[in-house]
Ligand binder design. Structure first.
Ligand SMILES: C[S@@+](CC[C@H](N)C(=O)[O-])C[C@H]1O[C@@H](n2cnc3c(N)ncnc32)[C@H](O)[C@@H]1O
Length: 458
């Protein structure tokens, strides 16, 4: 159940804080006129915070607040004190176990961040969270907090420090704007670098993976739209096979570079700048025989059901979605190929600091500070596709990837594989799904391929 009921934050008086430090919950309940639960015990800083408010009754920061919902005390929250000399305030909150997973923590954090923003004295809001407290880390990242360091707390042990700038000139983090800015910058670096090697592509290199032709089937004469097409190398590889192609991407820089690449290659292609969620309107209601997408596309989207609905609306009856994606396990173990550092399931759409360059331009120095990503599991992808009325015909896993990860070996075909002798797991998966054709009408997409199920290729 999600918290639709507003939460109230009730500041405790100095006397109430001191009573709780003394363990006298009954006195506090009598004073407040409603019960307080056994979980409401004083934290170790509460005496210092009571002292601060006692010394300066205009201090609106330091009082501990009770979190009340539907009249019940469900947690406590507060700032650790007034803004420090650098304008930093730290938020702490605790939601009692019986009330967790209901959106209360998010409501509390949102309220307190808003309060901090409203003060001209605050430049940074901080949270300190134990590294294994995934729910709180996920909530912090989805609220735009970025990890800035770690600290050793004498009682609580190692804590990750996450911060959100809130001063003038620091806008509320906006996933669309931050991702678009990142991709506009990345596109320029990618077009100039060796990973996409655009001169090599113009000279005739084919960028599709070895399994794609067989899995999608012939595309000559078909209308194909490539969602999140980036520089258009995959889009134009389909054009070289005779498809009438349209590429769509939210990054205007990517689209401009893709248009130029089409001209340089002498290939007809349409490229449109739009968010994938707006694709139906941006493409003027056109429908296609093939919707193609993938290799690092879905992770940039916060809502797969909405994406799948857009895909379904772009497909003619009987037409197919063909998707080739980074396997979620690779995203989870990205750093070294073994250690799971990112959720493979249920991780949420979170803000991550941009450190270094990109997969294709590791040395690029980008000005974008953060991007928003989510590692979607294969089950989430399949469920969204099925939920939008498409029938999955093929789901395959491959031990090759485009990503030049340092723990893989890159071959002459530009694909990366596990070194010999190392146990393998899927690096890429592909999926073909078909929109139902009307009972009497013929299918318009590529022919149905009887092969389906988990094949391992590469
Ligand atoms: C990793 S690239 C895709 C790479 C592509 N498969 C290739 O190999 O060239 C991701 C692309 O998704 C685009 N993108 C991210 N979020 C988007 C959105 N909401 N709508 C449309 N495009 C988006 C980015 O601009 C970027 O060009």
């Amino acid at each position: 159940m999600i918290c639709s009921d507003p939460v109230a934050l009730v500041p405790l008086t100095v006397a109430q804080m001191r009573a709780l430090v003394a363990g006298d919950r009954a006195a506090v309940a009598a004073d407040l006129g409603y019960p307080v639960p056994a979980e409401l015990t004083a934290g170790r800083w509460w005496t210092a915070r009571a002292d601060l408010v006692e010394r300066d009754p205009t201090d609106t920061w330091s009082a501990v607040r009770l979190v009340r919902r539907s009249g019940e005390v469900v947690g406590n929250a507060g700032f650790h004190g007034p803004p420090d000399a650098a304008g930093m305030v730290e938020i702490g909150y605790e939601i009692y176990p019986a009330h967790r997973r209901r959106g209360i923590a998010r409501a509390v954090l949102t309220r307190m961040v808003r309060e901090a923003r409203e003060s001209a004295a605050v430049r940074t809001v901080r949270l300190s969270i134990a590294p294994d407290n995934e729910p709180s880390l996920g909530l912090a990242r989805s609220a735009g907090f970025l990890r800035t360091g770690e600290q050793m707390d004498p009682e609580d042990g190692l804590e990750l420090v996450l911060e959100l700038p809130v001063g003038p000139g620091d806008p509320v983090p906006d996933w669309r704007a931050e991702n678009r800015d990142f991709w506009d910058e990345a596109a320029v670096s990618h077009a100039a670098g060796p990973f996409y090697d655009l001169p090599g592509f113009v000279a005739g290199r084919d960028d599709l993976r070895p399994f794609e032709d067989a899995e999608l089937g012939p595309v000559a004469g078909l209308d194909l739209v490539h969602l999140q097409c980036h520089l258009g190398t995959d889009t134009l590889s389909w054009a070289r096979r005779g498809a009438r192609v349209t590429g769509l991407d939210v990054s205007a820089a990517s689209v401009a570079l893709a248009r130029r690449l089409a001209v340089d290659c002498g290939l007809p292609a349409d490229f449109v700048t739009a968010d994938v969620y707006d694709a139906v309107a941006a493409l003027g209601g056109r429908t296609f025989d093939v919707v193609y997408t993938g290799v690092g596309a879905l992770c940039w989207l916060p809502d797969l059901d909405r994406w799948a609905a857009a895909v379904a609306a772009l497909l003619r009856p009987g037409a197919v979605l063909y998707l080739v994606e980074v396997h979620p396990l690779v995203d989870a173990v990205w750093d070294d190929g073994w250690t799971i550092r990112r959720d493979m399931l249920g991780g949420g759409f979170t803000r991550e600091a941009v450190e270094g360059g990109t997969y294709a331009a590791p040395d690029a120095s980008l000005t974008t500070r953060a991007t928003w990503v989510r590692n979607w599991s294969a089950a989430e992808v399949v469920t969204a596709i099925a939920g939008a009325g498409m029938r999955v015909e093929l789901l395959a896993e491959q031990t090759v990837t485009d990503n030049p990860l340092p723990w893989l070996e890159r071959g002459a075909d530009r694909l990366c594989r596990f070194p010999a002798g190392r146990p393998r797991y899927p690096l890429t998966y592909s999926l073909r799904a078909r929109r139902a054709a009307p009972a009497t009408g013929p299918a318009t997409g590529p022919a149905t391929d009887p092969r389906a199920g988990g094949r391992l290729t590469g």
